[in-house]
Design a protein around this ligand. Sequence first.
Ligand code: CA2
Length: 143
Amino acid sequence: MKILVLNGPNLNMLGLREPAIYGAQTFQNLLEFIQKTAEEEGIQVECFQSNHEGALVDKIQEAYGVFDGIVINPGAYTHTSVALLDAVKAVSIPTVEVHISDVTQREDFRQVSYIRQACVKTYMGLGFEGYRQGMLYLKEHYN
Ligand code: CA2
């Protein structure tokens, strides 16, 4: 099974600031965690991070016919982007939404998720473990 893991804006800054919200581990640590999970579970994984909405849309479109599932943490685009929602709908690839923090416990503007209505599952507040749960969910339901 092939899974694409997408990370949106500023997630490449993990570990450098706001450790109380996002933890002390770095983005490189996250990539290693995802790779290790993939090896343990017999999953082929590709990771992509961008600070640019259109680059994420392009990557979702390119996943069509290539990947069996997507795990996405859209970062702040969660709360603003109809374009990412439309891209996930367009490719019809089973997609899991992940957030490191529990957005339900944060500011009002984080209570909206556009992409969620196109996602088969959401994990939040579990730190890096949410990415692992997302990969396992896709393997269990769409392998
Ligand atoms: O909890 C999550 O995973 C978020 O998707 C992270 C986004 C935030 O906008 C969402 O509401 C929830 C922000 C990622 C920014 O990460 C930073 C890392 C280090 C320092 C500052 C921000």
